[in-house]
Design a protein around this ligand. Sequence first.
Ligand code: GTP
Length: 595
Amino acid sequence: MENIRNFCIIAHIDHGKSTLADRLLEFTKTVGERDMHDQVLDSMDLEQERGITIKSHAIQMDYLHEGNAFKLNLIDTPGHVDFSYEVSRSIAACEGALLIIDATQGIQAQTISNLYLAIEHDLEIIPVLNKMDLPNAMPEAVEEQIIDLIGCDHEDIIHASGKTGEGVEKILEQIIHKIPAPKGDPEAPLQALIFDSVFNSFRGIIAYFKITNGQIRKKDLVKFVATKKEYYADEVGVLKLGLEPKDVLGPGDVGYIISGIKTAKEVKVGDTITHVKNPCEIAIDGFEEVKPMVFAGVYPIDAEDYEELRYAMDKLQLNDASLTFEPESSAALGFGFRCGFLGMLHMEIIQERLDREFDMNVITTVPNVSYKAHLTDGSTITVYNPSGMPASTTIQEIDEPYIRANIITASEFIGPVMNLCLDKRGELISQNYLTAERAELVFNIPLGEIVFDFYDKLKSISKGYASFDYHMNGYKPAKLVRLDILLNGEMVDALSTLIHFDNATSFGRRMCEKLKELIPRQQFDIAIQAAIGAKIIARETVKAVRKDVTAKCYGGDITRKRKLLEKQKKGKKRMKQVGNVEVPQKAFLAVLKLD
Ligand code: GTP
């Protein structure tokens, strides 16, 4: 145990976490030159292409330091707010953290919130100033920020570069000297924290854990506390570049277990593994069920592909337990699924995987959050779809989810950032200057207001000089109303939205105007109306086309006529028939395009 060091890396996206990890793996010869390719840790295709870490990983390095052999376990963490629970569990499995900060950028929102998590878990922090090879590095200014934040000395901050390898040896030295060895009692009942799991098509689910007490051996009968399921440990071992089986693992060890588990749902991040005989009395603290935060309808473009879509969703869920879905039908879109995602990036990833791994062509409706509706009969229901909100006469109160948003921005953009947050019904909690040029703003904002365009707007008003991170912060009552859209008197369920009462009229008007632009003229007039309950609050009309499309084909040129009809038919494929009106798919996302 004295020669084990468990650490993670805290960094904002693109500050160079994966690159620096690669250098550590090279330096300790964990990865031979032959196997070295950029970002070894990012194993999923999509991760490599997008250059972001989606899942956590772990890898053990052997390092000989002053004649002593050390085992260094690097637990890599996902770098995006959607996956912050996984980050918190990875942090809980470590005794120390490398705090990596891009010397050209300085501290960003993601860095701060994960750093606070690490400090909460009493991790030893090793500050590293990365990308020192770049000419625009500003070591002095960024060092001041780091000192302000964690109260270290200048000498404690390591200058490094994932590009040149500068500082890598120093980092390893500090990991050994500063990070405490894990503690734990090998004789105590087994307690191991699951911090991640991956799906392997040959071996099923592989769960990654860190042992806090006790020992685990091959063939042991173990129990997962939260799910109450029991399994035989078919194989246990440590994580090198591949899996390395071992007979026994003890306190402080980071390892894996394979036990015939078929689906990701059975293994919950944050759960505790113990023995069936002689179990631990209490589970490791901090377990939470991760809940989806953002919901959207996913429909096949071709109605015939529904079963195929279900198959694809089932497959995706095997290795991504945070994806939820249930069948849903929409009068406008037919049969599909209402899916739950951890956040917007997660939703995009699923959409991309459906396309890439299953060749599924889907249409996704506008994302929304979940609401709690307290009804006049005293019951409370959770609503995942605006069109599922009961009639306003039966509702006593609607509660919506809030987030606590941390935004770090250059001082010159404070005004516009404030306005954006206030516009999104945010409440300012605090504002403090990190340096004369940079400030941290903390807001309480309804999650529903940020799900679609908040992040894009923040980036554009700050010219990219603002970073953003958030955490869920409970529910609060809101004056929300359901706004429906009617086409020629018929309600289109897929276009309903829940909107704050004060904004409803202007929103309804803008929706009608946008739809008028997006819905092509047809043989008859189309009335577009926005309504709250029975009350119509806005109206536009798409005027009928007078000419027949084929009319301009003079005379009997049949091939030309056919071509035109074919063209029209193709155009139709991307249309949905709603009542007697044809609605193009992009109209279902109209709300995202409002000015
Ligand atoms: P996420 O996985 O998204 O959190 O990103 P990351 O923090 O792992 O960043 P990554 O290692 O992917 O690096 C981001 C970009 O910075 C890449 O284009 C790297 O090539 C580049 N980069 C990383 N470290 C250095 C460095 O020390 N110097 C220079 N010049 N570029 C670097």
